[in-house]
Design a protein around this ligand. Structure first.
Ligand code: NAD
Ligand code: MG
Length: 392
């Protein structure tokens, strides 16, 4: 039986994970649940899944969590604060960590889980974008394994041979990541200036948290995924292609030197990727229905519009620049998306903030977590300054 720590339990990936877990009580138990501030939801989940440990990252919400757990008759240990996330990811209560916190806040717990040799199910793409090399070193050191939850990378993982030393040795020519194109596919740049948060969060195919929904609308999400693919599969930037596929039924593809393209298809439901990673190398029911190909009828493809959706081009540039550039891209994006969701920045301002931060902060080498966090903080300060200028 596997014991899980679910970090980001109250979010979209957290909910999909717990849905799959609840279908297989003989295979999985919950050792720890962690969330940011939503004490009510976390308490309910604790009452249902009975973890040993509940972690609330915001200490101001700990008293409410304790009171709610007491009222529900759930008797788990409660810890609060960001450091407790690391405890949730490393303790003996789990052998598997579902990393589903959004943003840089998830990085320390992701690295700690890898160092502790846990099976790491990674949804928190910002962590690998910021510290891909450190994460891979931690995985080697800890002896654990990483299974991608991001649907594209999960699809690529499924299309690659199980044993491979390198992409070249496996005969892989390219990795092709599919992108839905988001809610504004086909629009021109001047049509995007007045986009509201509600419009940006209304994704045509996937139901997700607000930050990743905005990232999908700007295509920054696909840019983060290009960097994620580079680290996960040791692929050079030129080996990673993005193709827009509006139906979101092909989740990504691997092209081999003989001309074969292997694709993974399925309904756009994260439970497929989660179930695959939970049970790997076995397969279990995910609660996801069959894809009716005749009913779907069409699979369309087009090249991404890099001039309108600058975020994807900027991510390729940051990956090629190396060093701290991906950290700057991620930090600037997190600040810009938060400002956009708050009504303090326009939609087109997001890529402008990222571009100006990348231009203003030349890449520095990053060799340890302190350097990563320094670069993150510097970029956030710069981004906040630029957001202030743009909204003045
Ligand atoms: P969400 O906003 O629905 O949930 C985020 C979770 O993280 C919540 O449980 C929240 O409490 C927690 N959290 C936020 N800030 C925190 C902090 N400072 N400390 C501790 N916990 C914190 O987001 P989501 O859509 O579930 O996405 C989670 C991650 O998975 C993101 O990195 C996203 O890019 C990635 N992802 C999501 C999807 C999807 O379909 N939702 C698909 C692929 C990848
Ligand atoms: Mg994805």
């Amino acid at each position: 039986m596997r014991s899980l720590a679910v970090l980001g339990a109250t979010g979209s990936i957290g909910a999909s994970t717990l849905d799959v877990v609840a279908r297989h009580p003989a295979r999985y138990r919950i050792g720890a649940l962690a969330a940011h501030r939503n004490a009510a939801k976390l308490a309910e989940l604790c009452a249902q899944f009975r973890p040993e440990l509940a972690v609330i990252a915001d200490p101001a919400c700990a008293a409410e969590l304790r009171a709610r757990l007491h009222a529900l008759g759930a008797s788990c240990r409660v810890e609060a604060g960001p450091a407790a996330l690391v405890e949730a990811a490393t303790g003996a209560h789990c052998d598997t960590v579902v990393a589903a916190i959004v943003g840089a806040a998830g990085l320390p717990s992701v690295l700690a889980a890898a160092q502790a040799g846990k099976r790491l199910l990674l949804a928190n793409k910002e962590a690998i974008v910021m510290a891909g090399a450190l994460l891979k070193a931690a995985l080697r050191e800890g002896g654990g394994e990483l299974l991608p939850l991001d649907s594209e990378h999960n699809a690529v993982f499924q299309c690659l041979p199980r044993e491979r030393h390198s992409l070249a040795a496996a005969g892989v020519r390219r990795i092709v990541l599919t992108a839905s194109g988001g809610p504004f596919r086909g629009r021109r740049r001047d049509e995007l200036a007045a986009i509201t948060p509600a419009q940006a969060c209304a994704h045509p195919n996937w139901s997700m948290g607000r930050k990743i929904s905005v990232d999908s609308a700007t295509l920054v999400n696909k840019g983060l995924e290009v960097i994620e693919a580079h680290h996960l599969f040791d692929a050079a930037p030129d080996q990673i292609e993005v193709v827009v596929h509006p139906q979101s039924l092909i989740h990504s593809l691997v092209e081999y030197v003989d001309g074969s393209l292997l694709a993974q298809l399925g309904l756009p439901d994260m439970r497929t990727a989660i179930a695959y990673a939970l049970a790997w190398p076995e397969r279990i029911d995910a609660g996801v229905g069959a894809l009716d190909l005749a009913g779907a009828a069409r699979l369309d493809f087009e090249a991404p519009d890099l001039a309108t959706f600058r975020g994807l081009a900027l991510a390729y540039a940051a990956l090629r620049a190396g060093g701290s550039a991906p950290i700057v891209l991620n930090a600037a994006n997190e600040e810009a998306v938060a400002a956009f969701l708050d009504g303090r920045l326009g939609f087109l301002g997001i890529s402008e903030v990222i571009e100006r931060c990348l231009d203003g902060l030349p890449p520095q080498p990053v060799t340890d977590l302190t350097a990563v966090l320094d670069a993150d903080l510097t970029a956030r300060r710069q981004a906040v300054r630029i957001i202030g200028e743009l909204s003045a």
